[in-house]
Ligand binder design. Sequence first.
Ligand code: R5P
Length: 311
Amino acid sequence: MNSTWRLENPAKLDGDLMKIILGPASVELGAKVAQLLGIEAVSVYSKIFPDGEVYVRLEGAVDGDEVVVVQTTNYPQDTKLIQLALIADAAKRHGAEKVTAVVPYLAYSRQDKVFLQGEAISIEAIARMLKAAGIDSLVTVNVHQEKVLERFPFPTLNLSAVPLLAEHYKKRGLRGAFALAPDKGAIHIAEQANRILSGGCGYLEKHRDRYTGQVSVERGTFDVAGRTVIIFDDIISTGGTIVAAARILKELGAEDVYAACVHPLLVGDAEKRIMEAGVKEVVGTDSIPGPAGKVSLAPLISEALKEYKIG
Ligand code: R5P
């Protein structure tokens, strides 16, 4: 978790002064969080004008309140980011004392540095925009690189949903499965899962061509012959990473291969391609609403809001 987070007003979560604003991209998740915390939810009326512009209106009072806006930012990410910014503006304009954004999937966090000459640091530009709109702090889940949060001009908190995913598979009888990270940068994810599944963990070496996006994966040195393996990743987007990893696992003799991710973006026919590569099931969280979001983040987010409170 990001150490910049600080508890300021612990008394306020008790009900009267805090409200959850249900961002249009995460209405169900926001409502579950409000229910678990036993606090009021404020709906948002939203629409897209014929020319593509975004409109929002808060359907409840927030005067004098500290509010938490739950709004994920998967595709169409630009629309959802603008909705979030406009909600923050509306909340502050109508008297909210403080606005915390809960953004389970934080768009643009993969462009966290200049990889090729001439590029933007997209996440830093987004962070500045959110600050200007009135957001005072931000909670996210398994952000691609935690260090991007240092670029935010306000306190941030990064939660991990990996234990929830591992618990899901443990409850399904997969205790003892090998937890595999599809690249070295995700080994911490496999290690977290291994603390629950206890079947060992490892990683593959992945390379992505920065111009074509093509993924290639090299064999690891671990032995998974005859074993059940769960590939854990933060994001599944095109599915290229999981497909490449699953093929290698099959070559190495893995018996059953499953995939788990926090953010199941599953662009186009990604899930179909993953299943065709021999993966038995793809499980994600409701960070991204949809059929793959089988594990809810609501308990994780509500516990964090209780523990860290929002001041
Ligand atoms: C990248 O390093 C991420 O952790 C994921 O592995 C990546 O975003 C997955 O993308 P795709 O599904 O398109 O291979």
